[in-house]
Design a binder for this molecule. Sequence first.
Ligand code: UD1
Length: 422
Amino acid sequence: MDKIRIIGGNPLTGSIPIGGAKNAALPLMAACLLTADTLSLSNLPRLADVSTMARLLADFGVEIASAGDAERVLNLTAGSANGTTAAYDLVRKMRASVLVLGPLLARYGRARVSLPGGCAIGTRPVDLHLRALAELGADIEIDKGYIEARAPNGLKGADIVFPVVTVGGTENLLMAAVLAEGETSLTNAAREPEVVDLAHCLVAMGAEIEGIGSDTLRIKGVAALGGAAYDVVPDRIEAGTYAVAAAVTGGDVELAGARLELMMALAGSLEKAGVSVSETKAGIRVSRNTGPLQGIDVMTEPFPGFPTDMQAQLMVLMAIAAGASMITETIFENRFMHVPELGRMGADINVHGSSAIVRGVAELTGAQVMATDLRASVSLVLAGLAAKGETIVNRVYHLDRGYERLEEKLAACGAVIERLSG
Ligand code: UD1
C-alpha cells in the first residue's frame, strides 16, 4: 500500500490549480441516466471515485467516451438501460453510488441498489432518501441487503419536507422529481454548491426547477430530458484544504480557479485566525507571512455554514494556534477519528461528545500516522507539512478518492513530500 512521506517546515508559496468538485461530479454523472441523449461533462476531476462512478454507469449500459483533455471531459450516453442493479462491491467502495437510485427509478421505473452500510464517520443511513421516494409513489423494500425500488406506473409529484438537511437525499429527489408527473416541492433542501450545480445541469437538460440555491425547490415534472454540455463547479473542499496548508505553513498561495463566494464560512474562520484571504483574477490568495495563528471557535453546519468536510483540516490549524479553540461537529456523529493521530504528533485535543477542545501547542512533531477516511487523511498531510521532522501517512488510497495529484501540487509550492510505493 502506498504511503506519503513529508518533511515538514517549508512555507508553501506559488499557485495551486483547483479541479472540479468530486461531490458535484458524482451526482452529475448519475444524471446521465435521465436521458437517452448525451450528457457531456467537462472539468471532471481525475479521482478514484469518478472512475468508480463510471464503472457503475457502464454496468447499466451507459456508453462513456473520453472527449480529450485527459478524461476531464466525458460524454455519457444512457441510450437504453441493460441493467438497473448497483451491486454491493461498488456501493461498498463508494457510498455516493446510491445517487443512481433516483434517476433509475424516474427513467425506468425500477432500481436495485445495494444498501450502503455505515462508514468511518458515522452510521450514515439513507432512510430519508427512501422515505421521500416513497412519497413520490415508489414501492420500496429492503431485500437481502438491497434496496428494491419500483414505480411501474411512474413517479407522482408530492410535497416533501426533509426533517434534516441531506445533500445526497436532496440530489436523489431532484433527479427523481424532474421526470415525475406533476409538481414536487422539496422543503429544507440542501443548498450546497454541488446541489446547485446539479440543479443547473438538470435545467440545461430541460428540467423545470425553481428556487435553485434556496432551501425550497419546486420542480415541475417533464416527460423527457435531453442532452447537455455542463462544466463541473470548482472543488471548494480541495481549495479549502490548500488554503489551510498555506495558513499552517506560514505560506502565500494562490488557489487558481477557486471561487471565494463558495467558501465564505471557511474564509471568515481563517481571517479570524489571522490568515489573509483575498480574491484575485485567477481565484483566491491565502497568506500568512506575518503573525501567529489565533485560536477560534467553529461549528459545522449545512451550507452556507462551515462545512463538515473541512473540520479535520481546520483542526490542524487550531492545534498550532495561540490559545484554545473549540470545534463542534453537528453533521456526523463520529468524525473525530483524526484526533488520536494528531495527538501522536503532539497536538493537545480533548473530545467531549460532539465538541473538541484544542489547546494550541508551539510545534507539532512528525510521526507515523494513518486515518480511516478521506478528510481525516488529508488533515494528517497538513499536520505533516506544519510539523518538525518526518511524517509518514499510511493508507494513502483514501486521499486518492478525493485529491488529484496531491503530492505534486504541494511539491510544486515548495513542500518536501513524496509518495512511497509499496
Ligand atoms: C455529502 C457529501 C459529504 C459531506 C456531506 C455533508 C457527497 C458525495 N458527499 O454526503 O462529503 O460530508 O454531504 O455535507 O456529496 N442522514 C440521515 N438519513 C438520510 C440521509 C442523511 O439520517 O437518509 C443524516 C446523515 O447521517 C448525516 C446528515 O444527515 O448525519 C447529513 O448527511 P448528508 O447531507 O446526506 O450527507 P451525504 O449526502 O451522504
